[in-house]
Design a protein around this ligand. Structure first.
Ligand SMILES: Nc1ncnc2c1ncn2[C@@H]1O[C@H](COP(=O)(O)OP(=O)(O)OP(=O)(O)O)[C@@H](O)[C@H]1O
Length: 378
C-alpha cells in the first residue's frame, strides 16, 4: 500500500526514513516533538522538496525515478492542526471548495451526501466558520479533504489544538472514516492515546529516523516507545476477538491468547477484532491461583523474563499464550515471589483499568473494503 523512502538534510537535522506498509488502514507516524514527523508529512504531500524521495501509494508513484508529481497532482487530502477553513465561506462553501478541486477525469466516489452524515455536519452546513467549535472546524476540514477525492488522507496532529473533551468528540469520526470508508490514512501524532485508538500500523520515529515499525501490539513493548510514553503509560497492547457480550452488564468477553478478559466496550459485537491496552502499573501477579478476589480478570501464563526498570522496580514479561503482558512490580515483590523465567504465574487486572475502547473491524473486513476501494477507477 505505502512505500516511502525520504532523505532530507536540514541544518542540524537529517531525515532519513524508509517505510513499507503492505496492509490497508491507518499508518501512525509517532515520535517526540522534533523527530521529523511534519517534515516527512510535507515531503509526502509534495509541499517540501526532499534531497531524495521515492513515494508510492497504492501502486501509484508520486515521487521517484526522476519524476515528482506536484502537490496538487498527488491527490492527498491534508488536514492540519488548525483547520485552515475559509472564513468568508460557510460550512457548505468550505466543503464545496474540496469538490471544486477535483478534475473531471476522476470519478467521484465520496459525495457531500455521504460526508455530511458521516462527520455529523448536516446541521452545520449554513454556519459561518466563526460560529463553529474547534472540533466542528476539524470535522469540516476532514470533510473538505474527503470531497477532494483523495487517494490518501494525511492528518498532521489534527486534534492537537483541541482540549480533551473536543478530542473525544472528534476521535469517533476518525474511527468511522477508517472503518467505513477504508480510505488509507497517514496520521501524525505524539499522543499515544490517539495512536492506540486509530492506528493499524505504527512507525516509531526518533531523531529523523525510523526506530521500528509494525502493528501496535508488536511494538507496544518496544523500549523506545516505553521511553517516549513514560513509565505510567507503558503497557502491552493486545489483539483479541469478542466471543460474547453480556447485554445486562455491558461487558464483552474478549479472547486473547489462551485467556479471556472481560472488558467494557462500546458497541461490541461478537466476532469483532479488539485492541486493548493493559498498563504495566495495573497488572498484579500471583504465584498461586488467587481466590475470593473482586478482580474479574485472572489470566494464566508463565514468566518470560524479568528485567530491571530502575533501582527499585522490575518489569516482568508474562507469556499468556501467544501474547506478552507486562507488569511493573517493586524489586522487593519480585524477590519475595522469586520471579524467574518459566515460573507459572496468574495475571490479575481490574476491568475498570483496561483501556479497551480502541477497537476496529476484523482485519479481513478492512481488507475486503480495501479491495473494493482499490478496484474503483479513481
Ligand atoms: N523550516 C525549517 N527549516 C529548518 N529546520 C526546520 C524547519 N522546520 C522544522 N525544522 C527542524 O526539523 C526538525 C524536525 O521538525 P518537524 O517539525 O518535522 O518535527 P515533528 O516531529 O513534526 O515535531 P512536532 O511534533 O513538534 O511538530 C526539527 O529539528 C526542526 O527544528
Amino acid at each position: 500500500m505505502f512505500s516511502i523512502r525520504a532523505l532530507k538534510h536540514r541544518e542540524g537535522f537529517v531525515l532519513d526514513v524508509a517505510i513499507q506498509v503492505d496492509s490497508p488502514g491507518v499508518v501512525a507516524l509517532f515520535g517526540r516533538s522534533g523527530c521529523g514527523k511534519t517534515t516527512l508529512a510535507n515531503i509526502i504531500a509534495g509541499l517540501l522538496p526532499a534531497d531524495h524521495a521515492h513515494i508510492e501509494i497504492d501502486g501509484v508513484a508520486l515521487d521517484g525515478n526522476g519524476k515528482s508529481l506536484r502537490a496538487e497532482e498527488r491527490r492527498i487530502g491534508y488536514v492540519f492542526q488548525d483547520a485552515r477553513l475559509f472564513p468568508h465561506l460557510d460550512v457548505m462553501g468550505n466543503l464545496r471548495y474540496g469538490e471544486k478541486r477535483v478534475k473531471s477525469s476522476i470519478s467521484r466516489r465520496i459525495s457531500l451526501d455521504m460526508v455530511a452524515p458521516l462527520l455529523g455536519l448536516e446541521s452545520l452546513l449554513s454556519r459561518r466558520v466563526n460560529q463553529l467549535s474547534g472540533g466542528e472546524r476539524q470535522r469540516v476540514a476532514l470533510g473538505r479533504a474527503l470531497l477532494s477525492q483523495p487517494r490518501l488522507l494525511l492528518l498532521d496532529e489534527p486534534l492537537a489544538s483541541l482540549d480533551a473533551a473536543r478530542r473525544e468528540e472528534v476521535l469517533p469520526y476518525l474511527e468511522k472514516l477508517r472503518d467505513e470508508l477504508a480510505i488509507p490514512m497517514i496520521y501524525v501524532s505524539h499522543q499515544f492515546e490517539e495512536v492506540l485508538r486509530l492506528a493499524t500500523h505504527v512507525v516509531l520515529m526518533e531523531r529523523g529516523g525510523v526506530v521500528s515499525q509494525g502493528r501496535l501490539d508488536e511494538l507496544s513493548l518496544h523500549p523506545e516507545l516505553r521511553a517516549i510514553v513514560g513509565p505510567d503509560a507503558v503497557g502491552a497492547v493486545l489483539h483479541g476477538t469478542v466471543t460474547a457480550v453480556d447485554g445486562g452488564t455491558g461487558l464483552a468477553t474478549v479472547r486473547i491468547g489462551n485467556n479471556s478478559l472481560r472488558i467494557h466496550l462500546r458497541e461490541a459485537k461478537v466476532g469483532a477484532a479488539v485492541r486493548v491496552q493493559l498498563l504495566a502499573r495495573d497488572i498484579i501477579l500471583a504465584t498461586s491461583r488467587p481466590e475470593n478476589l473482586s478482580v474479574r480478570n485472572v489470566m494464566t501464563g508463565a514468566v518470560s523474563r524479568v528485567v530491571a526498570d530502575d533501582a527499585d522496580t522490575d518489569l516482568v514479561y508474562v507469556d499468556i499464550g501467544g501474547a506478552l503482558v507486562l507488569s511493573r512490580v517493586t524489586r522487593a515483590a519480585s524477590i519475595a515471589l522469586e520471579l524467574r523465567t518459566g515460573l507459572p504465574i496468574w495475571v490479575l487486572v481490574k476491568t475498570v483499568s483496561i483501556r479497551g475502547h480502541a477497537f476496529y473491524e476484523a482485519p479481513e473486513t478492512v481488507q475486503e473494503r480495501s479491495q473494493q476501494y482499490e478496484s474503483r477507477p479513481w
